[in-house]
Design a protein around this ligand. Structure first.
Ligand code: ADP
Ligand code: SF4
Length: 709
């Protein structure tokens, strides 16, 4: 391992190219690190929280920091998703606040303007959606169809976009996006032969289908007039999936419009492929789709690839694939990625693990969260920072029991605050459930959760780590600890208790039931046939089914849900998981709820009709629910009268309430942030009330004859 000075030297030699300034039309980016637009589940509802989140990225060294898609008009209403809005002038202050926070740290502020076209069901505004052709809305199953736009509609769409550009300029943005990617925007719907069935000036040939994009780019350029740059975000064909355009059509469009925008942002495929998870695609996966497009334009190009390796970034620049290293998730996992590369602190980079928990925030309309970076989305709400914690408030000595994600994060964050910390772990390795799960098919990148914390812990002088140290209450009370965080995790239930069976399942004593932990410890089905029963609905059951199929077992996957791994719709993995399960030769039974486990079969019933059937099997793997392992916390609390040094005991992470790895890490951080502090509620933005309109009921009630309310 080179020391810091060598790394710094290496950085100067190797990574200089990443820190060259690059002009984007009339503005100059201070380096090549470019946070491309990304959704965050905060948007118009939580603008101050979003502003702080974007500001921290600017502070971390990104040269360009962009907003997510910003709806330009109520006819582009993506409800229930929470994005930004520039529907009218009243939206400007919130959007301006984001630009201000970005500018405070010397970055350029970009805004992604969008009319969602066929993608907007307009559930809030109740305006009939519109698109190039009369088609059902896309990206959802809302029973809503769009109407075909007239030429007057097209003219009014251009005016909407122009009005939004004016507002974006008023709000202080340096880079205005014209959006035609991910299958989401009107401009891409016009480009698409699948969605554009028109004849006439805006349909038919590629040149005609690209006419609206050309016009909107020209309108935007005219309004920006040297005050701001214009970016074109284009969905490109030729990657893992053909989107609106084939590879050949993509080249033609880029050639035709080559110098109209000041920057090209190329997006390979729909969002689910553009933000593919590490389970289904490697770093730099988009290269094949983007390679060669830069040669068609004299303007700079940005693209993404879940880049966290500076070597891979340099290669992208040196081989002429792109000019900017675009990133959404790597900037979420580590807002200080550029600063760490600049300063030669490569070992401190908190690498994205490619799990898409961040994406789930957008899909569940909740503020963004990140497995690796627990401060993501909490910058304003709780005042957390990805790199800084406030110094300790006392000389307390803190014991953290268990080195899974919760314990690791708690010990690391307490150590960064300067507390004396003892971290004890029963096994011989750090990581808890993450270490166990990262060896499963497709989950190798998840070990980064452990690697990062292990690296930082090794540098913290006040933290001591002890392995093979299972702690009992007696052990704890023998020492001088002031506070104890019990991070001893959880264990999967073997009784079938879960969502579908709150009281558990009848299980024959002769049945072989295995839990995920049994499989982790090396136990295997006693015969060739195994049923994996999924009442958890996240990733684990399907991953274990895949593991067993790879090992040669005949696997059935049974779930009461309508889909395998149903919750992964929120991480955009649902279809990919189903494909992988089918390809692995696993037989799938959805919408079947377990009734009982016999010695040689699982009995199930259809959740709709109750029709019963048996699934002959040697073994059933139950992935249903977990029990917190919190006995240490309970026994310490029961002995409170015998405490001498001890002041508090708290279960954290899965030992408190089993959840995702992201939640365990957040819980560890929360423990460290709130130790020795008065509890305070998180901040939230309160909607301001409109002044009363003349027709409001309360006004009517004061009119003569009006009934008092
Ligand atoms: P979480 O997700 O909450 O971090 P995990 O299950 O991943 O929980 O990790 C819990 C860790 O605690 C595991 O590494 C386990 O070996 C360790 N552990 C459990 N009980 C004890 C104990 N009594 N003393 C020390 N370590 C323990
Ligand atoms: Fe990466 Fe997962 Fe964090 Fe998203 S949530 S940025 S995919 S580590």
């Amino acid at each position: 391992m080179p020391d810091r000075a060598e790394l710094w030297h290496g950085c100067l030699v190797s990574y200089d190219v990443l820190f060259e300034p690059v002009a984007i039309g009339p503005v100059v980016a201070r380096n090549r690190f470019f946070q491309v637009p990304h959704c965050n589940g905060m948007g118009y509802r939580d603008p101050s929280a979003e502003a702080a989140m974007r500001g921290v990225k600017a502070e971390g060294g990104w040269a360009v920091v962009c907003t997510e898609e910003t709806e330009i008009d109520p006819s582009s209403d993506l409800t229930p998703s929470i994005e930004l809005r520039l529907w009218d002038d009243r939206d400007v202050p919130a959007v301006a606040r984001i630009a201000e926070r970005i500018h405070e740290h010397g970055a350029l502020a970009g805004i992604e303007l969008v009319h969602n076209g066929l993608h907007a069901a307009n559930l809030m505004s109740r305006i009939a959606p519109m698109g190039p052709s009369a088609l059902p809305v896309v990206g959802s199953n809302h029973p809503v169809q769009a109407r075909a736009m007239t030429l007057a509609d097209i003219a009014s769409l251009r005016e909407m976009h122009r009005a939004a550009v004016r507002r974006a300029l008023t709000a202080g943005y340096d880079l205005i996006y014209v959006y035609a990617a991910h299958g989401y925007g009107m401009l891409e719907h016009f480009l698409s032969p699948q969605h554009n069935h028109r004849s006439g000036a805006y349909g038919g040939t590629l040149i005609n289908r690209a006419r609206l994009l050309r016009e909107v780019l020209s309108d935007t350029r005219e309004l920006c007039d040297g005050k701001a740059a214009v970016a074109c975000r284009l969905g490109v064909g030729g990657g893992a999936d053909e989107t609106a355009l084939s590879a050949a059509e993509t080249r033609e469009v880029v050639h035709e419009l080559r110098d109209l925008p000041d920057l090209w942002d190329f997006v390979a495929g729909p969002w689910s492929l553009d933000s593919n998870t590490s389970r289904f695609g490697p770093e730099g996966e988009q290269e094949a789709a983007v390679r060669g497009l830069k040669s068609l334009t004299s303007k700079p190009v940005v693209g993404v690839g879940r880049f966290t390796s500076p070597d891979a970034m340099v290669r992208q620049i040196r081989t002429g694939i792109m000019d900017f290293i675009g990133a959404a998730r790597p900037s979420i996992a580590d807002p200080f990625l550029p600063a760490k590369i600049r300063d030669g602190r490569l070992d401190e980079i908190r690498e994205c693990i490619g799990c898409n928990i961040c994406v789930s925030g957008d899909h569940t309309q909740s503020p963004i969260r990140c497995t690796q970076n627990p401060s993501m989305g909490e910058e304003w709400r709780r005042g957390w920072h990805p790199e800084r914690l406030r110094p300790k408030d006392s000389d307390a000595h803190v014991l953290v029991v268990g080195a899974g994600p919760a314990g690791l994060e708690a010990a690391m964050s307490l150590g960064r605050r300067g507390y004396r910390v003892t971290l004890t772990e029963r096994s011989r390795a750090l990581g808890g459930r993450v270490r166990q799960e990262a060896v499963l098919p497709g989950l190798a990148a998840w070990i980064r959760v452990v690697d990062h914390r292990e690296t930082i812990l090794a540098k913290l002088p006040t933290v001591d780590v002890y392995f093979e140290s299972a702690m009992t209450a007696d052990d704890v009370l023998e020492h001088d600890f002031t506070h104890v965080a019990v991070a001893t995790g959880s264990r999967w239930r073997a009784d079938g208790v879960g969502r579908a069976h709150p009281l558990g399942l009848p299980i024959d004593l002769a049945a072989q039931v295995l839990t995920p932990e049994d499989l982790f410890s090396g136990l295997r089905p006693r015969g060739p046939r195994v049923v994996v029963y999924d009442d958890d609905h996240y990733y684990l059951a399907a991953v274990l089914a895949e593991l067993l199929a790879l090992e040669g077992f005949t696997v059935e996957l049974v779930t009461p849900a309508a889909s395998v791994s149903e919750w992964t719709a929120n991480t955009m993995e649902l279809a990919k998981i189903r494909r992988r399960v089918i390809e692995a030769g696993i037989t799938v039974h959805t919408s079947r709820s377990a009734l009982s486990l016999a010695a040689d079969a699982l009995h199930t019933a259809c959740v709709f009709t109750g029709t019963q059937r048996s699934h002959p099997t040697d073994t059933v793997v139950l992935v249903t629910a977990r029990l917190p392992v919190d006995d240490l916390a309970h026994s310490l609390l029961a002995r409170q009268p015998h405490w001498s040094h001890l002041r508090s005991v708290r279960a954290i992470g899965d030992a408190f309430a089993p959840s995702t790895i992201a939640a365990a890490i957040w819980s560890g951080r929360d423990y460290a942030e709130t130790l020795d502090a008065m509890p305070t509620p998180f901040r939230r933005e309160i909607t301001s009330l409109e002044s009363r309109s003349p027709g409001a009921a309360s006004d009517r009630s004061r009119q003569p004859g009006g009934r008092p309310r």
